[in-house]
Design a protein around this ligand. Structure first.
Ligand code: COI
Length: 356
């Protein structure tokens, strides 16, 4: 081989360096990666028995160019948050729900997965190792990103022979650049996020890149994000690129039922339970786009977006704006009920939070 062809390429030059805590402006952290100190890694062969796992310095990982995740998208991820309380303790919100969702997603993607106990323990370890990066109370959260990927080599299409369970974290603030202000959504009925029989109900990495084009087009026109309709009738609500959607009309809250194409959001599920406990009627069903345009309020839910009020929806060139500048009373009430629980500001009678 010509020596030039064998030149070693340093691929670490663009790797984000661990940040300096002192450089962080906690009042304006947004939602982009702030590299932290440690990441957690455990491995499993096809037998599905994961190694105990260890904490490593946050940094590049080695993958074969023929890794299953790189070639065939055999990967899933999770997202959850840790909040710092005023007394310094750190709370996690329903981490076992993420663990169970990872397990069912892994089954769909033909991967072994860590047990619920392993998952929760690994999340706790990762948060504790990166404790200094949990934002001060009221300034955001530590976003926790567990990944499960086919890291073993394949060439023909087949499940990978080795799997990596990895967790990294980053402090975050608001997801949308609008902050807590209402977002403006464009309904794109030419692009579909999920199809019946597909993986819409699984938090797999392969559901996300396919919406980037529609999202970029919408953002270029000044919208915050895209709302997708169902692929069969092009009529019923599905989701926004990174979150579930709800409509409020006369004290009834409606959201698309989980029919295989809807991501089973943990915030979605929690908001449904909180709404019912506050006396709202919640309907999980097919929600036609016309109903959304006629709603009193619309909001989105997700771990990253929490509860985001929607200020306007544009569909086939018609823009509908929601009252009270988009911050509806119900959305505000649900946002407060959920976040006071997550941040440990209200009594957790439901047992949803755990101290790390
Ligand atoms: C989350 O809300 O945690 C997600 O995983 C969505 C992601 C696109 C940020």
């Amino acid at each position: 081989l010509a020596s030039s062809a064998r030149t070693e390429v340093s691929n670490t030059s663009t790797f984000p360096r661990v940040s300096e805590l002192a450089d962080i402006n906690w009042d304006n952290i947004g939602f982009s990666l702030v590299p932290t100190d440690f990441m957690y890694i455990a491995k499993s062969s096809e037998d599905g028995i994961f190694s105990k796992g260890e904490m490593q310095y946050f940094g590049p990982i080695q993958l074969s160019p023929s890794a299953g995740v790189l070639n065939y998208g055999q990967g899933i991820f999770e997202g959850l948050k840790a909040y710092r309380k005023a007394d310094g303790s750190i709370l996690l919100f329903r981490p076992e729900e993420n663990a169970m969702r990872m397990r069912s997603g892994a089954e769909r993607m033909c991967m072994p997965s860590p047990t619920v106990e392993h998952f929760v323990d690994a999340v706790k370890q990762t948060v504790l190792a990166n404790k200094r990066w949990v934002p001060p109370p009221g300034k955001g959260a530590l976003y926790i990103r567990p990944l499960l990927m086919g890291s073993g080599s394949v060439l023909g299409l087949a499940p990978a022979p080795e799997y990596t369970f990895l967790i990294f974290v980053s402090p975050v603030g608001n997801y949308f650049k609008e902050g807590l202000a209402p977002i403006n959504l464009l309904v794109d009925d030419k692009v579909h996020r999920a199809t019946p029989g597909g993986t819409g109900c699984v938090k797999t990495i392969v559901n996300y890149a396919p919406v980037l084009q529609a999202q970029s087009r919408a953002k270029a026109k000044g919208y915050s994000d895209v709302l997708y309709l169902d692929a069969v009738h092009n009529k019923y609500l599905e989701e926004v690129s990174s979150c579930n959607v709800f409509a409020v009309k006369d004290k009834v809250i409606s959201t698309p039922a989980m029919n295989g194409t809807i991501l089973p959001g943990i915030t979605r599920k929690s908001i449904i339970e909180v709404s019912r406990s506050l006396g709202f009627q919640v309907e999980e069903r097919l929600v036609p786009i016309e109903e959304l345009l006629d709603a009193d309020e619309v909001f989105c839910t997700g771990t990253a977006v929490v509860v985001s009020p929607v200020g306007s929806i544009t569909y086939h060139g018609r823009r509908v704006e929601y009252g009270n500048n988009g911050v509806g009373i119900v959305s505000q009430q649900l946002y407060s009920a959920l976040t006071t629980l997550q941040m440990g500001l209200a009594d957790d009678n439901l047992g949803w939070t755990i101290t790390v």
